[in-house]
Design a protein around this ligand. Structure first.
Ligand code: CP
Ligand code: NVA
Length: 306
């Protein structure tokens, strides 16, 4: 049984296949083609946290592919105490062809994969956001026409940064992480990346101006992720020097693109000027979540667009 739970458990070829199907379906959609590859299929979305892009891109994706979806909050599903996680997984997967889970803990998603009889898709956890990372790689390819680029991630070494780094490792895209002390990538994560991708160039550079000096892409995300709200004031002051603003953009090459997974806290990690400026491809990224949601569903169901 295939799952889409971690980019550390998928091959580079499988990622290429997902990207290709997403591309074929995107081109087709622009011409008005909506192939019903998943007619009669159902997708359950089980979310412990809010979502705009992940939820709606998957709901739209399955509808355009001819299937349907059902949304459940964790409370609706009785995930926390009404019945055990293995029982929820067994029952939901007996009704459904795919389950997308957004959870506080990666462990919950991995537990679901053990008991589910249908593919599990990681719709974000505390540690990773693989759906986002594939949409990001797709957007870089689309925007530059190739992947021979350098990414500087400025901000928190969080779920989005980690998945982007793993996706970059698969695609051999050099990656610089620029975070304040205590918020960088942990050595265990770097060790794992080096073991699996020995040629991957990844560095940590605490000075954001140095980090972006040779970057083709500057990427940032919120300083306070869902579940960290109690740390808001502390994080705002620690991360202030890492704001992606016009001055930081001016320290990068002129062709640099700005990326953000959204939602953005405008005025904190990014200024309006950068977000809405000519370097930003953040809304192309958001749109591409739809095409990648389709690519992931089709891959899990062993379908291609051709
Ligand atoms: N980027 C992203 O995953 O957005 P949502 O939290 O709105 O799903
Ligand atoms: N790092 C953010 C990403 C939201 C898409 C969070 O986890 O809240």
């Amino acid at each position: 049984m295939k799952h889409f739970d971690s980019l550390l458990r998928i091959t580079t070829q499988e990622i290429q296949d997902i990207l290709q199907t997403a591309q074929d379906l995107k081109v087709g959609l622009k011409k008005g083609n909506r192939p019903t590859l998943l007619a009669g299929h159902t997708l359950i979305l089980l979310f412990e946290k809010p979502s705009l892009r992940t939820r709606i891109s998957f709901e739209t994706a399955i509808a355009q592919l001819g299937g349907s979806s059902l949304f459940l909050s964790a409370a609706d599903a009785g995930l926390h105490g009404r019945e055990s996680l293995p029982d929820v997984a067994r029952v939901l997967s007996s009704y459904s062809d795919f389950i997308v889970i957004r959870a506080f803990s990666q462990t919950l998603i991995e537990e679901m994969t053990k008991y589910s009889r249908c593919p599990i898709i990681n719709g974000l956890s505390d540690r990773s956001h693989p759906c986002q990372a594939l949409a990001d790689i797709f957007t870089i390819q689309e925007s530059f026409g190739d992947l021979k680029r350098r990414i500087a991630f400025v901000g928190d070494g969080n779920n989005v940064a980690r998945s982007l780094a793993v996706a970059a490792a698969h695609m051999n895209i050099p990656f610089v992480m620029s975070a304040p002390a205590g918020f960088e990538f942990h050595s265990q994560f770097l060790k794992r990346l080096h073991e699996q991708f020995p040629n991957f160039q990844i560095t940590q550079e605490p000075d954001p101006r140095k980090a972006v000096a040779a970057a083709d892409i500057i990427y940032t995300d919120v300083w306070v992720s869902m579940g960290q709200e109690a740390e808001t004031e502390k994080r705002k002051s620690i991360f202030a020097p890492y704001q992606v603003n016009e001055k930081l953009l001016a320290a990068a090459p002129g062709h640099v693109k700005f990326m953000h997974c959204l939602p953005a806290r405008r005025g904190l990690e990014v200024t309006d000027g950068v977000m809405d400026g000519e370097h930003s491809i953040a809304f192309e990224q958001a749109e591409n979540r739809l095409h990648l949601s389709k690519g992931i569903l089709a891959w899990l169901a062993n379908k291609t667009a051709m």
